[in-house]
Design a protein around this ligand. Structure first.
Ligand SMILES: Cc1cc2nc3c(=O)[nH]c(=O)nc-3n(C[C@H](O)[C@H](O)[C@H](O)COP(=O)(O)O)c2cc1C
Length: 395
């Protein structure tokens, strides 16, 4: 399926389309952050503050954005972060995300809380699926999840560890929005104000699939997205600790990646306990407000762990140049969740694909402007006047 450009020339265009099409509470659930949204804004500010020097008269006619991570080749060093809500963006939104990722050739991470079962996403994504596990409080349930993911044939498991307690997102409460969804008078008014969304997303959902469900939850837990008692209670454990990770490691034969770290000390422990990677992330500014931008901590984490771990980062990437900047600071791959969600809200699979296409074409263009032919050539040399937390340029 050809996507065309959909009239979207950058990720912000897709965001504006999503804003027009989604009920306000749902758009803000995706778009906004915790508390004063300092981390949310800072994530972007740090990317924007870094300046790149062009290089001229270099033959870049054979350049490629392709990369390899965990032994697998991808079209670019970019992947889709796990998000709980793509099914609220477009009908069967998660399926569209998985298909778009497969079409582009990048990994898509299926979320524990997704509204489509992971098995269906694995098929839609042609096997190109990673899985994000929340730390279920119930150890037996946690183990059952690991076994289930193993049986599907997924090889990379991301365990999200930054959500040991729920987030403080005041805008959600003001909008009457919560996950699980409750049809509060405020939310109903916002939904009715977007009849297009009701026709495109809500009606087909109820007609074809029934109520929104956290489709990966085991049957013994009621899984309607509107159920009162399905809450953070089950998946957020404030007693989680490294022993829990070791237990998962002992059961899991594939790549084990911890998502949600910001400290080099934690990354060193992750390497010591034998994990394959980390996702440095402040959850897109959705949990700890005033957290540093993950981009800023890449150099100190790389210095602390060397090549013992793959370093993936998310939170705030919106341009292909952002991927180049993150790699130049020492990351192996960049992820984000919101851009492909905005794309899904704008135009389903075609919109999510458009988001990926924007990242890829922008990255390709910037590499050419910097005189780079391959991802391996990206280094701290690309920066003009780098900040003092950037790695020292050698040679
Ligand atoms: C609407 C939404 C839902 C999310 N749900 C999850 C989730 O279920 N599990 C998880 O580990 N991270 C979740 N995240 C965080 C993302 O995986 C990722 O860390 C974040 O989107 C990065 O910020 P960026 O998209 O602005 O780059 C969610 C993010 C958004 C925006």
């Amino acid at each position: 399926m050809a996507s065309g450009d959909l009239g979207a020339y950058n990720i912000e265009d897709l965001r504006q389309m999503a804003k027009k099409r989604l009920p306000r509470g749902i758009f803000e659930y995706v778009d906004r952050g915790a508390e004063d949204e300092i981390a949310l804004q800072h994530n972007r500010d740090v990317y924007r503050s870094l300046k790149l020097r062009n290089r001229v008269m270099v033959d870049v006619s054979k350049r490629t954005t392709e990369t390899e991570i965990f032994g697998q080749k991808f079209a670019m060093p970019y992947g889709i972060s796990p998000t709980a809500s793509a099914g609220l963006m477009s009908e069967g939104g998660e399926v569209g995300l998985a298909q778009a990722a497969a079409r582009m050739g990048v990994p898509c991470t299926a979320a524990t809380n997704s509204l489509t079962p992971v098995e269906a996403l694995y098929d839609a994504g042609e096997g190109n699926i990673w899985f994000q596990l929340y730390m279920w409080k119930d150890l037996a349930l946690r183990a059952a999840f690991v076994e289930r993911i193993k049986a599907i044939g997924i090889d990379t498991l991301l365990v999200t560890v930054d959500g040991s307690v729920g987030a403080n997102r005041e805008h959600d409460r003001k909008n009457g929005f919560s996950m699980p969804l409750r049809y509060t008078p405020k939310l109903i008014a916002q939904v009715l104000a977007k009849p297009g969304w009701c026709l495109r997303v809500l009606a087909p959902q109820y007609l074809k699939r029934g109520v929104f469900r956290k489709a990966n939850y085991p049957p013994e837990l009621a899984s309607k997205l509107t159920d009162k008692y399905i809450d953070h209670e089950h998946t957020k454990s404030d007693s989680q600790n490294w022993d829990d990770i070791k237990r998962i490691r002992d059961m899991w034969p594939g790549n084990l990646v911890l998502k949600g770290l910001q400290s080099w000390e934690d990354a060193v422990i992750a390497a010591d306990v034998g994990l394959q990677g980390v996702v440095l992330s402040n959850h897109g500014g959705r949990y700890l407000d005033t957290a540093p931008a993950p981009l800023q901590v890449v150099p100190e984490v790389r210095a602390a762990v060397g090549d013992r771990l793959k370093i993936i980062i998310d939170s705030g990437a919106r341009r292909g140049s952002d991927i180049v900047k993150a790699l130049a600071l020492g990351a192996d791959m960049v992820m984000s969740g919101r851009p492909t969600l905005f794309g899904a809200a704008a135009a389903g699979e075609a919109g999510s694909y458009r988001a990926l296409e924007i990242f890829q074409t922008e990255m390709d263009r910037v590499m050419a402007q910097l005189g780079l032919n391959s991802v391996d050539e990206i280094s701290p040399h690309v920066f003009w006047n780098p900040p003092d937390w950037a790695p020292v340029v050698k040679g």
